[in-house]
Design a protein. Sequence first.
Length: 164
Amino acid sequence: MRDYRPQAQKSLLDKGLQAFAQTRFGGWLFISVFPTIDRALIPVTRGKLSTGLGQPIVLLHTRGARSGVERTAPLLATKQGELVVVIASKAGAVKHPGWYHNVKAGPEVEVTLGGRRVPMRAEIAEGAERDRLWAMACDNYVGYETYQRRAGERVIPVVALRPR
């Protein structure tokens, strides 16, 4: 998986797809339908295909905070070097996604990148680091700003994944 491309380097098609993903219907597809497809498609194609429509999608493997059962969440990722940033937006829902609670309870995770699982440590970014990573993620996908408005009072968490 290559490092993210800023908005200035994105094509009109990329920008159009981002606009669609920001709609309520697009957000619903990316939360309710596409994850099921990506959980099967990404491992079979070694990360070459996903429903991300040109955006980098990773599989985040966590342990259930209460159950201890492995959970896999396909997520849009912003990569810079060895750092992988994921945003707990849930398309602007008023509650955090389940995977976020799992990461808080067990920060030792794995991420499928380019078809292989990589052990990572998740850290919830705060302060200046959160601001910097949020800006980078928003430059990768402008929909996060829409999602933050939709989320109301909930501050959308930014999660930094680094190799263990």
